[in-house]
Design a protein. Sequence first.
Length: 377
Amino acid sequence: MTIKISIDCMGGDHGPSVTIPAAASFLRREADAELILVGQEQVLLPLLKKYKLADDPRVQIKNASEIITMEDPIEVALRRKKDSSMRVAVTLVKEGLAQASVSAGNTGALMAVSRYILKTLPGVDRPAICTILPNQKDGPTYMLDLGANVDCEPQHLHQFALMGSALVAVMEGKPRPTVGLLNIGEEDIKGNELVKQTALLLRADHQKGTLNFYGNVEGNDIFEGTTDLVVCDGFVGNVTLKASEGLGRFVKIVLTTEFKKGFFNKLGALIAYGALKALSRRLNPSRYNGASLLGLRGLVFKSHGGADVYAFEWAIRRAYDAAKYDVLSRIGATIAELMPQAETPRVADAAAEDVAAVVVGNASALASTETIEQKTV
């Protein structure tokens, strides 16, 4: 079965200088993959020739005249740049021409554009960003939300838990993955009202057999692998993710610096080369690049904006694996079965553009959306 992925080649801090070589490296490893490279054709063609992709039958160029920058507000992404490489790449998923899309572009813009183009699955109020982090068991700990929803209510975290649990079940082959709720302590009396109310919903699901709820977990449990999935709001999740990435790089820099000090340190580094190489591999945040935007009617993956070639290739691989294992339909079926129906009427799909800021969950996006609403009216 051929897996076709659309790539926003212009997004991120480095654009085509990273996305094109990453695409070339990925295609060398996966014979059953095809890529639609979206961006400004005159910019992409020289790089395709450089990396010997110009005549590859598995590569197709889709021209897009505009680029969404990392500084562009939501209004610009949604209303003014309708021929952006990001929007065109996501639209290819909606049209069924690609099974998944990957972008390193502006996170808020990607979430808003993806929600507007693809819409959300029935019963899902807000999409969430889910990624994996390494743990002591040499396996992945899935975590969401990582920044799409800064201000959440209990029902939102409840939905995140259901979506994340379905994802882990598919990707890891675990019918009943364990779910932990991130808190400042394991005790039920600890935490804010959001966490306490969410815990009640998750315990009720556990009693019904809907979820395998472990209980409250703390930050150290993420890397100990205490649970398969950790649920939190986007503010906490994003801070945790960025702190983890920074710590990984800090450890690597410190080790490298210390082992270069003096003859005996260098000798020790030589003796421990194998162990150090394995440590670097396990702690390298690039290996865990590529977050899924869960809750949409299509597969969209977000790469870190500053990703290098190696990291962006991992993001493509995440999208490839999700499409290969038919994650979307399996999550959709699970959500349809388990997701409680909303008690209040949901916003019509036609107004999705106007409420994009709710997805992004920050004040600047909200201001942009209010402007959009005024113009629409």
